[in-house]
Design a protein around this ligand. Structure first.
Ligand code: HEC
Ligand code: HEC
Length: 240
């Protein structure tokens, strides 16, 4: 019991709960299927948009300008007046700075750009702020994390804190950390955002799924990032 409590205090990244094969796939940049999206994101980064300048023409070399950026998201954005995740911040640049159409959730463009930007922070510790204007969003996320939902009447915390390391329907339940996302999920045959993963958890407990970009999902993302503070980003992750 005491050993379990001590273990629960240690942050364990998501890939540690995966099989040896999946771990190997994630670690090898030439084999990791998520790298295809990173490459697509790099192309988009350097390409002029139909109605505005390229990302690169304002931000320059992503390896320099975007280093560490993903580790600080979700973040309160003063120009938007709310907490946004990385995808939301990129989307704002597309709409406001490139005068383009909003990026559709889980589209190749949105996944590619967010994977490419996140990749510039690989290995860097998650370091979000939940103070000041971000506080109400964080509080909302903390409350949601322990709120029982769905027909199974379970909260995030019941699976990912109380039962982390145990097996559920052939899967080892992890701590539910965000460090590996966006990740390539073998079951989905695609890269996927953290929000898609969270929506799958809502589905798993037979609860209504919050919409992409909803306040609830942003709040949960901020709560998870704060709970994961110090864990290095390992993106793109690979999951079964
Ligand atoms: C019935 C148990 C259960 C509940 C409740 C649940 N999840 Fe999950 N969750 C899983 C399983 C199973 C997986 C896939 C295996 C894993 O990585 O834990 C998963 C995966 C995740 C992951 C991805 C971890 C990774 O490294 O790939 C995150 C993040 C996560 N859940 C967060 C949440 C949040 C937030 C909630 C509450 C809204 C929640 N989960 C509710 C079972 C659950
Ligand atoms: C016309 C110039 C311009 C273009 C084009 C542009 N951005 Fe931005 N971007 C900005 C400015 C200015 C900010 C700072 C936002 C603020 O604080 O108001 C920013 C902020 C960001 C941030 C957040 C940085 C941080 O430190 O939090 C990301 C990520 C980002 N942009 C990605 C992109 C991507 C990806 C593209 C291409 C799809 C893009 N931007 C296109 C001007 C631009």
């Amino acid at each position: 019991m005491i050993a379990e409590l001590l273990l629960a205090a240690v942050l364990v990244g998501g890939v540690e709960y995966q099989s040896a094969d999946v771990k190997k796939l994630q670690a090898d940049e030439f084999a990791n299927p998520g790298m295809l999206w990173v490459a697509q994101g790099e192309r988009l980064w350097n390409q002029a948009a139909a109605s505005g300048p390229s990302c690169a023409s304002c931000h320059g070399d992503a390896a320099k300008s975007m280093k560490g950026v993903a580790a600080s998201y979700p973040k309160f954005d003063a120009s938007l007046g709310r907490v946004v995740n990385l995808e939301g911040r990129i989307d704002a640049c597309v709409r406001v700075n490139q005068k383009g159409a909003a990026l559709v959730p889980e589209s190749p463009e949105r996944l590619g750009l967010s994977a490419y930007v996140a990749y510039q922070s690989r290995g860097m510790p998650i370091a979000v702020s939940v103070e000041g204007p971000a506080k109400p969003t964080f509080d909302r996320g903390a409350a949601l994390h322990k709120q029982r939902i769905g027909q199974m009447n379970l909260a995030c915390t019941h699976c990912h804190d109380t039962h982390a390391g145990k097996t559920l329907l052939n899967e080892t339940v992890s701590q539910g950390q965000p460090d590996g996302w966006p990740a390539y999920r073998l079951e989905w045959q695609s890269l996927a955002s953290l929000q898609r993963r969270l929506r799958a958890c809502f589905y798993g407990v037979r609860a209504e799924q919050p919409a992409f970009d909803s306040d609830d999902l942003i709040a949960l993302e901020l709560f998870l990032a704060n709970r994961a503070k110090g864990l290095p980003l390992s993106v793109p992750g690979v999951r079964r």
